[in-house]
Every structure is written in structure tokens, then in C-alpha cells.
Ligand binder design. Structure first.
Ligand code: WTA
Length: 635
């Protein structure tokens, strides 16, 4: 595997099978794209008819306060009505919504009817705890059905969920609780991972100590070890849902299309994590439409999005998108290699999975173990594959295509972001593929690669990825910080009114887009989006560290790994044991996913005259590359 995996050769075409194209929802991408671009508002209005609305919209799009766009103005809705309520009135009530397997091999499945009832019961619990429309609830759990139930229950009563990924730790969780001002935290005693227990409740206790805004903690019993339960604050989930107040009937709150649905924290350039805000109306339309067309979802599919519900991929394509379509999803709790590296392939065979959607890092991680683990299993149920989170390198693409897809299954490489809510650049099964490119924009989207001044780049030339028009599931703001929303995404191309994605990319002669990577201080580690600032402040919160800088270094499996440079305080001594202590400290403060692979102690860091650390220079040095323009370097 090369260390430069992200500039794959262009021109290698994969043409879809004619039979497959004939039977897809969108056999002609070009025609649909044209139709959409002729009248974007009419296009989305037409798609919105697939959903139920309590009251129709007066207007599709309001740009009068751009970039604070509004969609489906005046419409009344609730995403849970479309994801659950309406299915309980059709044959779908008996269809499986969720098939789940725990890492230990335990199994559960739920029909739409059952998931709806469980959601109602928990929604009533939340209401009885004083949670009302607009209140925030933080959810911190592993991949178990209750995470889905908790999210849906919040949405049902109009509360705003903020899911924090279970791989984050104390300070990261505390900061997100504090920013959202959540009075209720829903968590679990632990999560199973690689045969061990991730002590979620222990971490939650410390986070709540640091952010005492939380009044009640609801705990799902999953791993069963002894945990501390604070009297008057902590409640067992199973006790609460068995109370008489937890009835299976619960009115769905009538929401405005633009009312907030959730906050999801993500990282960007410097500073604390940003609470990306999504709303009920546009988001429900966009997630369901994109999933239906890109993955050609049919009623007899068994869909497996192997992401974590704690990230946007899980929100849009484990929870909301599939449920709105009335699909059957599979969810797996644990690690792909537990107890052996055939775990995923065994489950595809066992459950007859038809579509697998995962990240290149997972593919590379499993590819390392060779073909034999996959070849032991019958993977013939698969018909489509998907990729997300980072560019997919040619080796991983070929392995995925040959060993997993047996050269029958096209790979849908989907480019999008927490902020976009759904796929922005992605093929459909009818679109010819070029491995490594997410191909072309979704209908209704004008996406381009431009230079600093906003001129379109020539084919093959690197530039900034921009989205030139609004779309229904775009983020509406940064929670509590509208200025940052404008500054971060709309400032650079203010005159043109374009959205700056934060990625560099190039377009080829065929109009195919090749995303190269982030242009800001975001590091993608195993597909997870981390901010340098958060990891650095984790390091600096250790008493031995005066200053820290972290960078992402290309990694064969993870895409990137983290390397850190620390300046120690005067009386601290550099040693191997300090390196271990610092790693442990980051593990506790930020989370296991943020732990640097290497920590070096240095006397100074390259900075600009205004004191900003030049990570670009650190990275060039670490990779032995030219350091580039140093005119702004202080020393
Ligand atoms: C990167 C994940 C190349 C990109 C859904 C983006 C990708 C960031 C792809 C968003 C892809 C995502 N090809 N790069 N198919 N998909 N990215 O918010 O850098 O966790 O800006 O959303 O992931 O990460 P986020």
C-alpha cells in the first residue's frame, strides 16, 4: 500500500450492469439532474410529496436572510411521524425496522410496531422528567437499539437530541453537555468492545461533575458491571419504562418544518466543537431521498450502515433515512474483528445483508487479514456497497470490489459532511464509476472546485470545494453561535453566496469530482473527525505540558494518525513514562480515538508572528517535505 493513497489514477471506468440499471429508482442520472436544476424548488416540492405533512408549506425556500436559509416555510411536521407513526398504519407495522446483534452474540429485532411503542414509552418518560419542546437531551451510548429509541423519543416530543459518540471521554462529553445545556443525560452502564467493557457510566459521572447542569441521568443496563448510581439523580432505563406513566401511547408534537431536530458536535478550525444544528422538515426529505436513490433502497433490502449512531452517518443513514423509507436496517454493537476477523462477513451471510455502507478505514483494517476470512462466507446476498468518510484509495477499492462484492456490486462513494446532513457528491447505481471519485453532485446541487478568487479551476487543478446553492438538509446554524456559522462557511465566498466545505478537490474532464482532503485543522482518524484544538487542549490540561501542537500523518489503515509536539513546563522532565502518562491523559479527557501515536518533546513550535502555530510546517518537517512559504514564520 502506498503512503500517497489519495491521488488515484483517473480514467479507470467501471460501467454498471445493464440489468441492474434497468431496475433502479433512477436509471438516468443526467435526465434527473437536468430536471432538478431547471427548477430546484419545484424539484424538492415534488419529492416532498413522498412524505406526510400535518400542514403544507406556503413556500419551498426562503433566502431573504441568507445564509440563514429556511425550507418549507409554514409547513407543520415531525420527522418521527414519517419515520414511525405513519408506518404503524400500514402493512409495515409488521416489517422489521431493526435487526441487531451484540458483540457477545446476543440478538434482538424490532418491528416498526415495536420500535414505535418503545419510542412512545421512552418519550413519556422524558416528558415526565420535565423535558419539553426545544429542551436539549444529551445521549451517550454504544451501538444498541436504545440509542435509536432515545433519539426518536426526543424528536417525538420536540426535544433536541445531542448525541455524543461513545468513544469520547470526560472533558469532551462535559464540554458538549455544557454547550447544549442539557438537563437530562441518557447513557448506559457500559458498551461491549473487543471483548471488554467501555465504562460509559463512569465517564458520564465525571462529565456530569464537571458540567453540573445535568439534573437526571438515565442508565441503560447493558454490560452489567457494578456502577455508582447517584440517588435522586440516576435512574435505570428499565425501571422507568416499566412505570405506569411510560404508556405506549404518546402524541407526536406538531413541529414547524424549521424547528430544531438535533445538535451534533463536530470539529472545525480552532476553538471548541461546533454544535451543528439540523431541523425537522428539510432534513427528513433530504436524508430519505438521497438514501432511496443513491443506494436504490427497495422494500426487500437489508441495509447495513456500519457507522456509529453518534456521528452524522448514523443519524442520517442508520436512524432517520432508513426509517422514513420503511427499510430494514441491521446494527452491530462491537468491533469488526471480534472474536475473529470474519465477524462482519459472517453477519452478512447470517442476515442476508444486501447493501453494506462503511468507511475506507474499516475496509483497510479488514483487508489486512487477507481474503480467506471473507471467502469462508457466502456474500452473494450483497448487491451494492458504499463508502464514506474519506477518499477511498485504489487498493481498498479493488479489494472491496473484488473480494467482498465479487465484482458484481457497484461501490457508491458518498462525499458529505455533518453540516450537509446527507450525500452531496455521490453516484447512483446507474452512474459509471471511477474508483476514488465520489463522481457527481446529487440532483439539485451545484458543486464546484474554485480558486481563492472564486474562478472555476481547470480540469485536474486543485481548488476549494464549494456548494453554490442551498439544499434542504443544510445546517441552519451553529448552536448558540450564528456568527461562527457565517464566518466558517459563508465568509470566504460572501460575494457569491457559496458554501465553503473545507475540503480541497479537483474536477476531471468528465466533471467527476475527486476530493483530496481537509484544508483546515480537522484530522480524519479512522474516518472520525477530530479537531486539533480539542486534542491540544487535552494535552495542555496535563500539568507537565505548557504548549502542544498536533498534526495528522498519513496512515495505511486509519487514513491519518495523530502526532503531537509538546513544550513542557520548566520543572517537568521528558521521559518515556511521561509519554505514556500523556497518552493516558488524552484517552481520559478527549477519548481513545484522539490519542496520539507519537508524542515528541520540543523546545519551540513554529508560529506566525501573531502566535498561531503553523501545523503545516510541522507536518512538512515530519514528512520530510519542503516547508513551503515561511515568510510569516516568527523565528
Ligand atoms: C471527508 C462524514 C472523501 C471530507 C459524512 C469531509 C470524504 C469530511 C468523503 C466530513 C468521501 C467524507 N471522500 N472525503 N466520500 N466523505 N469525507 O462531518 O473531508 O464526519 O469534509 O461527515 O469527511 O466529515 P464528517
Amino acid at each position: 500500500m502506498s503512503l500517497e493513497p489519495f491521488s488515484p489514477p483517473t480514467g479507470e471506468w467501471y460501467h454498471p450492469d445493464e440489468e441492474l440499471v434497468k431496475n433502479t429508482h433512477v436509471p438516468d442520472y443526467d435526465a434527473l439532474y437536468q430536471e432538478a436544476m431547471t427548477d430546484i424548488e419545484a424539484f424538492w416540492a415534488k419529492q416532498a410529496e413522498a412524505l406526510e405533512w400535518y400542514e403544507p408549506w406556503e413556500r419551498v425556500l426562503d433566502s431573504s436572510e441568507a445564509p440563514f436559509y429556511k425550507w418549507f416555510i409554514g409547513a407543520k411536521t415531525n420527522i418521527v411521524h414519517n419515520a414511525l407513526d405513519r408506518h404503524t398504519k400500514t402493512w409495515r407495522r409488521n416489517k422489521l425496522a431493526l435487526i441487531w446483534e451484540g458483540e457477545q452474540g446476543d440478538r434482538r429485532s424490532m418491528s416498526y410496531w415495536r420500535l414505535w411503542q418503545e419510542t412512545n414509552r421512552f418519550a413519556n418518560v422524558l416528558k415526565s422528567m420535565g423535558i419539553n419542546k426545544g429542551d436539549r437531551v444529551t445521549i451517550y451510548m454504544g451501538r444498541i437499539p436504545e440509542i435509536m429509541i432515545a433519539m426518536l423519543a426526543c424528536a417525538k416530543i420536540g426535544a433536541v437530541h445531542s448525541v455524543v459518540y461513545g468513544g469520547f471521554s470526560e472533558q469532551a462529553l462535559a464540554d458538549r453537555i455544557e454547550d447544549a445545556q442539557s438537563r437530562v443525560l441518557v447513557t448506559a452502564d457500559g458498551a461491549w468492545l473487543r471483548g471488554g467493557i467501555v465504562p460509559l457510566k463512569e465517564t458520564a459521572d465525571e462529565a456530569v461533575r464537571r458540567s453540573p447542569v445535568v439534573e437526571s441521568v438515565i442508565v441503560v443496563k447493558r454490560t452489567g458491571q457494578d456502577i455508582h448510581m447517584e440517588p435522586g439523580r440516576d435512574y435505570w432505563y428499565h425501571d422507568l419504562i416499566n412505570l405506569p406513566i411510560a404508556s405506549t401511547k404518546c402524541e407526536t408534537e406538531v413541529m414547524d418544518a424549521e424547528d430544531p431536530l438535533f445538535i451534533l458536535y463536530t470539529s472545525g478550525t480552532t476553538g471548541k466543537p461546533k454544535g451543528v444544528l439540523h431541523t425537522h422538515g428539510g432534513y427528513q426529505l433530504y436524508t430519505s431521498t438521497t438514501l432511496k436513490w443513491v443506494f436504490d433502497m427497495k422494500d426487500d433490502d437489508r441495509w447495513w450502515c456500519a457507522a456509529d449512531p453518534g456521528w452524522i452517518t448514523g443519524h442520517s443513514y442508520i436512524v432517520y433515512g432508513p426509517l422514513i423509507l420503511g427499510a430494514t436496517s441491521f446494527m452491530y454493537e462491537g468491533a469488526p474483528t471480534h472474536p475473529y476477523p470474519n465477524r462482519w462477513w459472517r453477519m452478512i451471510e447470517d442476515y442476508g445483508i444486501t447493501i453494506l455502507y462503511t468507511a475506507p478505514t474499516a475496509i483497510r483494517g479488514l483487508m489486512r487479514f487477507g481474503d480467506a476470512w471473507a471467502n469462508r462466507h457466502d456474500l452473494s446476498s450483497l448487491r451494492l456497497l458504499g463508502s464514506v468518510g474519506e477518499p477511498i484509495n485504489p487498493e481498498a477499492w479493488r479489494w472491496y470490489h473484488t473480494v467482498i462484492g465479487k465484482e458484481r456490486c457497484p461501490i457508491m462513494d458518498t462525499w458529505w459532511q455533518t453540516e450537509t446532513g446527507g450525500f452531496i457528491i455521490a453516484p447512483m447505481p446507474s452512474v459509471p464509476l471511477k474508483p476514488g471519485s465520489a463522481t457527481r453532485p446529487f440532483p439539485g446541487l451545484d458543486v464546484d472546485v474554485v480558486d481563492e478568487a472564486g474562478n472555476a479551476c481547470a480540469p485536474g487543478e486543485d481548488g476549494y470545494l464549494v456548494i453554490k446553492n442551498p439544499w434542504p438538509s443544510m445546517l441552519r446554524t451553529i448552536f448558540g453561535d450564528p456568527d461562527r456559522y457565517v464566518e466558517q462557511y459563508w465568509h470566504r465566498y460572501e460575494a457569491q453566496g457559496w458554501y465553503l466545505a473545507g475540503d480541497s478537490a479537483r474536477k476531471d474532464e468528465d466533471g467527476y469530482i475527486w476530493v483530496i482532503g481537509r484544508i483546515d485543522d480537522v484530522i480524519k482518524v479512522s474516518g472520525y473527525r477530530l479537531g486539533t484544538a480539542e486534542i491540544e487542549s487535552g494535552l495542555v490540561s496535563h500539568p507537565a505540558v505548557a504548549e502542544a501542537a498536533v498534526i495528522g500523518i498519513p496512515d495505511e489503515v486509519k487514513g491519518n494518525h495523530i502526532e503531537a509536539y509538546c513544550i513542557l513546563v520548566a520543572d517537568a522532565e521528558a521521559s518515556d513514562s511521561l509519554v505514556e502518562k500523556l497518552k493516558d491523559h488524552v484517552r481520559h479527557e478527549v477519548g481513545p480515538i484522539a490519542v496520539p501515536t507519537r508524542i515528541s518533546f520540543v523546545d519551540s513550535l513554529p508560529k506566525t508572528r501573531s502566535g498561531k502555530i503553523m501545523r503545516r510546517v510541522l507536518k512538512a518537517r515530519a514528512l520530510g517535505l519542503p516547508e513551503g512559504d515561511l515568510s510569516t514564520l516568527e523565528d
